[in-house]
Ligand binder design. Structure first.
Ligand SMILES: NC(=O)c1ccc[n+]([C@@H]2O[C@H](COP(=O)([O-])OP(=O)(O)OC[C@H]3O[C@@H](n4cnc5c(N)ncnc54)[C@H](O)[C@@H]3O)[C@@H](O)[C@H]2O)c1
Ligand SMILES: O=P(O)(O)OC[C@H](O)CO
Length: 298
């Protein structure tokens, strides 16, 4: 293993932005399943041989990727994805724990549009890990324009990052239906309460929902057309088919599959999650106006 070397795995929007950020203080490699003509691009094995890895592969694809490509040999890893696996309802930390010991892994959360990070605009992010030592190793690798905070609330951060994508879809629908600013503020704040209620069931800490990982990322994503999830909502409100919306987007919108996972988990553990439920039903074809009536009634 090449000591102190770092690589980003996954060269989508977020992988490329993180590669840019991590290249400010040291050399950083990047790899992807298809060869890309970008600086520092290497083959997968060269990346896997690095001591530090940042994995930016979407939540629905990561289990298969790990099974096919990953052998743990002491690497220290940051997970950059935000989502819950729809087929199983498992959180990313549960998927990764089969492959990596918890002291070697952390999860990035907080408000961070790739398109702004890649312009070196300032933001605060959280590195969530059971190991503070891991945080201390990664933190100096980030550039000054990204202020890093530490939290040990891995499950809380994960739920914040995944759930806010679903509320962002709802908020995009709200905007697309022209329901007004009052409605959107009501939706986002009730969304935050709902996320926290859901998180409590899995041992998440309340503070995570009030900080960068929760409120910070939710307010960002649920109020900007820079968000892919928000744009999915706009498309749904405009009567477009989900297939068409995703095709036009051409990038991942994790909230789509995460809404299925939340729906399943809420049923299993009897958690009251009305907004996520309506998002799932709209994605399945329910008329958003009927969802609005049902939300106002429930
Ligand atoms: N874009 C952002 O602003 C942002 C910010 C924070 C977190 N995230 C999260 O980061 C993750 C990735 O988002 P993105 O913006 O890079 O999406 P993207 O659609 O731009 O890129 C996804 C990348 O994943 C790769 N990929 C997909 N399936 C794969 C597989 N089976 N094996 C290997 N690679 C595969 C694709 O080749 C692509 O490079 C998502 O979970 C997203 O929620 C994104
Ligand atoms: O574009 P979105 O909706 O995937 O959101 C990107 C990030 O998660 C914002 O922090």
């Amino acid at each position: 293993m090449a000591e102190k070397s770092i690589a980003v795995i996954g060269a989508g929007k977020w992988g490329q932005a993180l590669h840019f950020a991590l290249s400010q203080n040291q050399k950083c490699l990047i790899t992807s399943r298809t060869k890309r003509d970008i600086k520092d691009f290497v083959d997968l094995q060269t990346a896997l041989d690095c001591e530090y890895l940042v994995i930016a592969i979407p939540a629905q694809e990561i289990r298969e990727w790990l099974q096919e490509n990953f052998v743990f040999s002491g690497q220290k890893i940051l997970v950059a994805a935000k989502g819950i696996e729809a087929s199983t309802g498992e959180f990313l930390n549960e998927i990764y724990e089969e492959f990596v010991p918890s002291k070697n892994i952390g999860f990035i959360s907080g408000p961070s549009f790739a398109s702004e990070v890649i312009q070196a605009l300032p933001a605060g992010i959280v590195i969530n890990s059971k190991s503070k030592k891991l945080y201390e190793k990664f933190a100096p690798m980030f550039p000054r324009f990204l202020k890093t905070y530490y939290s040990d609330d891995v499950v809380g951060a994960e739920i914040c990052g995944a759930y806010k994508n679903v509320i962002a879809i709802a908020s995009g629908i709200c905007q697309g239906l022209k329901l007004g600013n009052n409605a959107r503020a009501s939706l986002i704040s009730r969304g935050l309460v709902e996320m926290q209620r859901f998180g409590k069931e899995f041992g998440a800490k309340k503070d995570s929902f009030l900080g960068l990982s929760g409120a910070g990322d939710l307010f960002l994503t649920a109020s900007s057309e820079l968000s892919r999830n928000f744009r999915v909502g706009l498309g749904l409100a405009g009567g477009k088919k989900l297939e068409t919306i995703l095709e036009e987007l051409g990038e991942v919108a994790e909230g789509v599959k995460t809404s299925e996972a939340i729906f399943k988990l809420s049923k299993k553990y009897k958690i009251y999650t009305p907004i996520a439920k309506e998002v799932k039903l709209i994605l399945d074809g329910k008329n958003p106006h009927d969802s609005l009536k049902d939300l106002l009634r429930s």
